[in-house]
Structures are given as C-alpha cells and as structure tokens.
Unconditional design. Structure first.
Length: 325
C-alpha cells in the first residue's frame, strides 16, 4: 500500500507502525529503531494525537477470553440515528461505531462482559428503543484479521529487523487468558491510556510497581489484553470505510477469510453467524477505490457467493469516544 497524505511523512507512518507493534515502547527506543531522536519522536507523537486522533489504549481480547463478540446492524429512523449512536458510544463494551446506509443504520461492535450484559443490551435496551426499526445481531465466531493485527503493517513501513527490535519480549503464558477481579483497576487505567507509566499505574491500582509490572506482563503474554492504536485513516489518504457482509460457500469459508486477511484494503475480517458468514471492514481512498476492490481482489475470490456493501457516512467511535457537541 502507498500512503497518500499531504500532512504526514514516512517517519509519521513509521511511528504509527511502531506503536502498533509495541504501543508501550519508550520514545527513546522507538527513536533508536527509527534512527531519530527521542525529542523528534515525542514531538511527532504529540502532533499525531492532535491532528490524526492518535490514541494508544488497552483492549480486552474477547476471542482469547472466550467472551461473546457481536456486530450489530441497527436500522433506525433518520431523526433518531445519531442519538442511538451516541448512547451506544458511551458504553464501555462498544467500539467501531459508524453511521451507514445514508445515515439510517448504525453499525456497532460490542463485547458484552457477561451474559447478563449481553441480554440487557440485545433483549432489553435496544428492542425498547422506539427509533430502532430493525436489529440484526451477528455473533463473531472466528477472527481472520484485526484485533492485535494492525492495519498499518500493510503499508510495510518497517523492515523485519525493525519489527523484531520493537516487539516486546513476553514470558510464556502461565495458564489461560483471564482478567481477575483484582486486575480490573489496572486494565481500566490502561483502557484510558495504554502508555500510562508504571508509577501512574501504581497510583491507579494501589499495588506496588513490581506487582503492576508482573501482572501487566502476564496479561499481555496470555493475550487477555493487547495494546491497540486508533487514528483517523483519512490522515493517511484513506477516508472511506465500508462494511462488507459476505456470504461464502461453507466449504470455502476459511480459505476466503484467510485470503481476505491478506488484502491491503481489509482492516478487519471475521467469520460470523447469521445470514452472511463473513464481515469485513474495508478502507479505501474513495468510491472508485471501493469499486476497484469489489470488482477486483474481492470479486476474483473463489467461493464468494454474494456481497452486501454498506459504506460509512461518519465514524462515531473507534476505541475511544469524545462527544464533540
């Protein structure tokens, strides 16, 4: 892929890619790997935060934790769609919310933390909302791309040696992925700021710095949480995103999913339960780029039976949410 930005340069793209590899790496370490001073890296980081919406946060990996993970499609009345999107965005268990279908549909990813939370949302709050005309809930059952796999790696901004130098050393996971009740203050602090320092995490948790380091290392090693990066894709020259609801032949489901994961345009791909069996988030420069992808790389895949495309009108929430009005 090629960056098509008038405001970012190759060092900015390398910094984004470095943060996707290791979001907690120090500016001095990133500078050493990218052959830049730590002051330059810190200055670029602050500018990306201000101008590109850059945020580094911890994310609970529902797949590794064995928790439900859903993609919701909510068809709404035009006068209620923004209020519904805002209400969903305020919830801590939602992410990647956008307005689609000309502003009459909300697409939302949700990770309920318990069956009770899931039932409260899917069987309680949403069906009782008058502005919602139809609810389609697709359970995500196998991730092909996304989560800890960041989209900027598809720009090949870093060499293999640079990736290896940035990748943090992790101890072998000791047991299954889990978040214990005593971990909640630590995870909550990292969900606010994935680059929080150990003294800051010590104050947030009331635990010793050595205990914080040890438990954070274990959480990351097990995959219970990972450090993720959000930013505005338009800053890279890719302002248009769309959800693709793909139906593949059952025998071709896995091969199609693996092929989709390798496509440059694909930022997320998962097998789903429901009328379609794969959902993809595609990111492209413009509508011509979307057509080229649909009629080209996607259209040539053996085993694809149908594709429904819902371009996003506006992004409401990625991983974090700040109401602007």
């Amino acid at each position: 892929m090629k960056m098509e930005s008038h405001s970012l340069d190759s060092l900015d793209l390398q910094l984004l890619a470095a943060l996707e590899v290791n979001g907690r790496a120090s500016f001095s370490r990133i500078g050493e790997v990218l052959d830049a001073s730590d002051q330059t890296i810190a200055r670029r980081y602050r500018r990306l935060c201000a101008e590109a919406g850059l945020r580094v946060v911890a994310v609970r990996d529902a797949q590794r934790l064995g928790q439900d993970h859903w993609m919701l499609r909510l068809r709404c009345t035009p006068d209620g769609v923004e209020a519904i999107a805002d209400a969903l965005a305020k919830r801590p268990d939602t992410a990647w919310i956008g307005l689609a279908s000309g502003g009459t549909e909300v697409v939302c990813m949700t990770r309920p933390r318990s069956p009770g939370d899931r039932d409260d949302l899917l069987l309680g709050k949403l069906p009782r909302t008058p502005s919602i005309l139809e609810i389609r809930a697709h359970q995500l059952i196998h991730r092909f791309f996304g989560g800890p796999d960041g989209w900027t790696r598809k720009f090949a901004a870093l060499t293999g040696d640079q990736v290896a130098a940035l990748r943090p050393e992790r101890p072998a996971a000791d047991g299954p992925a889990r978040i214990d009740p005593e971990d909640e203050p630590l995870v909550a602090a990292l969900e606010r700021d994935g680059r929080a320092t150990y003294p800051e995490l010590q104050r947030a948790t009331g635990r010793s710095e050595s205990a914080v380091k040890r438990r954070l290392s274990a959480l990351l090693a097990s995959g219970a949480v990972y450090i993720d990066v959000e930013y505005h894709s338009e800053i890279l020259g890719y302002p248009l995103a769309a959800s693709l609801w793909i139906t593949a032949a059952p025998a071709a489901l896995h091969s199609v999913g693996q092929a989709l994961a390798a496509h440059d345009e694909v930022a997320f791909a998962s097998a789903t339960a429901g009328p379609s069996n794969i959902v993809v988030t595609a990111v492209v420069p413009d509508t011509a780029g979307l057509y080229a992808y649909l009629s080209g790389p996607l259209g040539r895949l053996d085993g694809v039976r149908s594709v429904e495309t819902t371009p996003f009108l506006r992004r409401v929430k990625q991983l974090t949410y700040t109401r602007l009005r």
